[in-house]
Design a protein around this ligand. Structure first.
Ligand SMILES: Cc1cc2nc3c(=O)[nH]c(=O)nc-3n(C[C@H](O)[C@H](O)[C@H](O)COP(=O)(O)OP(=O)(O)OC[C@H]3O[C@@H](n4cnc5c(N)ncnc54)[C@H](O)[C@@H]3O)c2cc1C
Length: 385
């Protein structure tokens, strides 16, 4: 049962218009931030000023549902993928904290609503798709845990003031060997050793978080010791639809931008069938793809909100893989259709294309999504969903 509680009759609606209005304020920032490879502090201020984190998390009394969160993420991503991912990553950490049932959950979520930025530290140099290969360790010493290791490709590295770090609490390769800990960024021994220069999501900082004998109180453990893998996997059932929402936003944003660049003129529309059918059909096909991805996303999120349960893994993985493949297809075709108008550095279609590729890779590659779907093929039951 998800701890998220949203009345079915309100599902998603409250987020929709507010999110679109806020996203319009991002105009002008995405391309500049993409080129500078960093967030404009003004964007972070706007998020705080307009209490976006309060809107997406909901209140202590009623957490926002998955549909509302996805509405927000879609609207943000349609304008700026990096900003959408900044907000999405907080929602992901927030959901892990909620699922953990930690006595600190209320306090930590309140801080998130106030805009505390978090990083989620699972991946390592030799542990990407296969998280059980993780090498970082956490040893219990008296009333503390001592964490040693290095996390790679961590979003919000350097701007986060707290990290949710996964580390091995038992040596053997088992799903009961990994635990999750909250580590404030100013803890002695935590540092950022390098940043990635990426093709896409360039404003979103991604870096290596080094944990050099970092000592945290035993109460920093989130969830029971040994339950980190279960926690991470349950979180993915929430966070993969959120990446679906980023993807729908990118697909939609690329389509909207394409229409600005090459959308048919009034005269062309009247002659569409005769002279411009080839282009018109390509635009129609892209629109159908965006609609299909969007329908899948909100079908899955609405079912989850109405049932009060997390989406199943096969639904979450299908949403992530399908929507990010659509984002890639739409962004790629849009770039091709717009031609020379879109290839220049600073052209929005160029950015959507580079951002879309990353959506197929992170939060589990789309091959890993297919593995997850494959494992549950036997339990797919449309009559019960
Ligand atoms: C921009 C960005 C931000 C990120 N942010 C974070 C973050 O905040 N926190 C975090 O913990 N991680 C983060 N990651 C890491 C991300 O989740 C991993 O990149 C992802 O899980 C894939 O792991 P990998 O890159 O090590 O690829 P690998 O696991 O090395 O996979 C390489 C290739 O092999 C394929 N493959 C691997 N195993 C299988 C299999 N069993 N079956 C079929 N194919 C397989 C993969 O699909 C892929 O094509 C981020 C990554 C990126 C690019």
């Amino acid at each position: 049962m998800s701890p998220i509680n949203e009345r079915p009759d309100q599902v998603g609606q409250k987020g929709l218009f507010e999110a679109e209005r806020f996203a319009a304020l991002l105009e002008g920032y995405p391309e500049k931030m993409d080129q500078l490879e960093s967030f404009d502090p003004q964007v972070i201020s706007l998020l705080r000023e307009h209490a976006v984190w309060r809107a997406v998390h909901g209140s202590a009394e009623a957490e926002a549902g998955l549909t509302t969160q996805c509405r927000w993420i879609e609207a943000l991503a349609a304008k700026c993928t990096s900003t959408a991912v900044l907000v999405q990553s907080q929602l992901t950490v927030g959901h892990t904290i909620l699922l953990s049932g930690s006595p600190r959950a209320g306090e930590l979520l309140d801080e998130m609503r106030d805009g505390t930025i978090w990083g989620w530290g699972l991946t390592e140099a030799e542990a990407g798709s296969d998280i059980l290969s993780m090498k970082a360790t956490a040893h219990h010493e008296g009333s503390e845990y001592v964490i040693r290791g290095s996390k790679r490709f961590i979003s919000n590295a350097g701007i986060a003031t707290r990290y949710l770090v996964f580390a091995r609490t038992r040596a053997e390769r088992s799903s009961k060997s990994i635990s999750a800990f909250v580590v404030p960024s100013d803890t002695q021994g935590l540092s950022i050793s390098r940043y990635e220069h990426k093709m896409g999501l360039r404003a979103s900082p991604t870096g290596d978080v080094v944990l050099d004998d970092v000592r945290v109180p035993a109460s920093s453990a989130i969830g029971a010791i040994g339950e980190g893998v279960g926690l991470a996997l349950s979180t993915l059932r929430w966070s993969r639809p959120l990446i679906g929402a980023v993807s729908v936003g990118v697909a939609r944003g690329a389509f909207e931008q394409l229409m600005k660049v090459v959308g048919p003129t009034e005269r062309e529309l009247s002659e569409l069938i005769d002279s411009h059918q080839a282009k018109g059909h390509r635009l129609a096909e892209l629109l159908m793809q965006v609609l299909a991805a969007r329908s899948l996303l909100y079908d899955v999120t609405t079912r989850a909100d109405i049932s009060g349960e997390l989406p199943s893994m096969w639904e979450a993985a299908s949403t992530k893989a399908f929507c990010s493949d659509v984002a890639m297809k739409v962004a790629s075709d849009a770039l091709e259709i717009a031609g020379r108008e879109a290839v220049g550095v600073g052209a929005p279609l160029h950015r959507y294309y580079r951002d879309a590729k990353i959506l197929q890779i992170f939060e589990g590659t789309n091959q890993i999504q297919k593995n997850a779907i494959m494992k549950e093929l036997g339990s797919v039951n449309f009559a019960r969903r």
